[in-house]
Design a protein around this ligand. Structure first.
Ligand SMILES: Cc1ncc(COP(=O)(O)O)c(C=O)c1O
Length: 329
């Protein structure tokens, strides 16, 4: 949720962050990255996972590039058996997602990279601050991008990070927030409202910058990441206890990861009918549950169990407790 308090505090601070490549959203960053890779590497093909959101498909469809799919396992790793390495070369991009802030199977991805010299784009849109084997997520791919508004109380923004000196990314001018962003920003002030205001994100040629409010906060405000982590982990554990005892199945176990700030608590649901029931339950309790991915049903042809995934919120602005649940399931 956007915070005007953070904005006011940030305005009077000295600049601390030297990031220069801000774009409006993850989609806008990805679009720009693809343009750069087509130019620098003559990239002509991209492998993407079946388990993916509509926003990424929309960006790719606006580019002249061949799209191939690979599968994702129930552990949310790249399924090694679904990629034919003989079809990959130094003009092939492989998009890797660190799902929900958890690391992908980077050992295998690095193996593919060494063997085929392909280009790895790391989609870090669900990551706030996580690391794997002592290295921050976002530093694994040749180039990576995130989505600030998904994980921080800002209105827009995405940062592109180049891990290869080959690529030069131009900055996009920041702009005043648009009407829909301003409307969204007041949501935090309307505490009594239960209505969820959806954010509209512009995709006008996918080439816009971050809004000035969000840039000011992101570049100057010092977020207390340890505190955010503690709260998100506590919420994650709450959902683990609450949902597993009600028949839902865990996808990711935090205990298996050293340093992760979770984006949500993802879980498998048995049937489509159960999804409906849980969504209604969320609505009754004013808890935003997301069905992910948001693809049309017929477009999803990968691993079947990933068809029924729900995401429960763990963001630090709300602390999940049993008392918070007004209507039992
Ligand atoms: C994995 C992933 N990548 C990219 C995007 C696009 O990010 P944005 O919504 O910031 O455009 C999304 C959006 O949901 C996503 O889930």
């Amino acid at each position: 949720m956007f915070s005007y308090k953070n904005l006011v505090k940030s305005i009077f601070k000295k600049k601390t962050d030297l990031i220069s490549c801000y774009y409006e959203s993850g989609s806008h960053s990805l679009s720009h990255i693809l343009d750069v890779l087509k130019k620098v590497d003559k990239a002509d093909k991209i492998y993407i996972p079946f388990f993916i959101c509509q926003e990424v498909i929309d960006v790719l469809s606006s580019k002249d590039i061949e799209i191939k799919f690979y599968n994702i396992t129930n552990e949310l790793y790249v399924d090694e058996s679904s990629i034919d390495l003989s079809t990959i070369n130094d003009r092939t991009i492989i998009l890797i997602i660190n799902y929900f802030g958890f690391p992908a199977n980077w050992e295998y991805i690095e193996y593919i990279k060494n063997k085929t010299k392909c280009i790895i784009v790391e989609d870090n849109c669900h990551t706030l601050r996580s690391s794997y084997r002592g290295k921050a997520l976002g530093k694994y791919g040749d180039i990576s991008f995130d989505s600030l508004r998904k994980v921080l109380p800002v209105l827009s923004g995405s940062v592109i990070r180049c891990n290869s000196q080959k690529y030069i990314i131009s900055n996009k001018e920041s702009k005043l927030p648009n009407f829909s962003q301003i409307k969204y920003s007041f949501r935090s002030l309307r505490k009594l409202s239960k209505k969820i205001i959806p954010r509209e994100v512009s995709n006008s040629h996918y080439y816009s910058g971050i809004d000035v409010f969000s840039k000011t906060i992101h570049s100057k405000y010092l977020f207390d990441y340890e505190n955010i982590k503690e709260k998100r982990v506590a919420n994650f554990k709450f959902w683990e206890n609450f949902l597993l005892s009600r028949g839902l199945k865990r996808i990711l176990n935090l205990q298996n990861f050293e340093d992760v700030i979770p984006y949500v608590f993802p879980c498998f649901i048995n049937t489509h009918n159960d999804i409906k029931k849980w969504m209604e339950w969320g609505y009754a309790n004013n808890i935003v549950i997301i069905k992910w991915p948001n693809l049309a049903k017929d477009k999803f042809i990968g691993n079947n169990s990933l068809k029924n995934v729900l995401l429960f919120p763990v963001n630090e602005q709300q602390i999940m407790t049993q008392e918070r649940i007004i209507h039992e399931f």
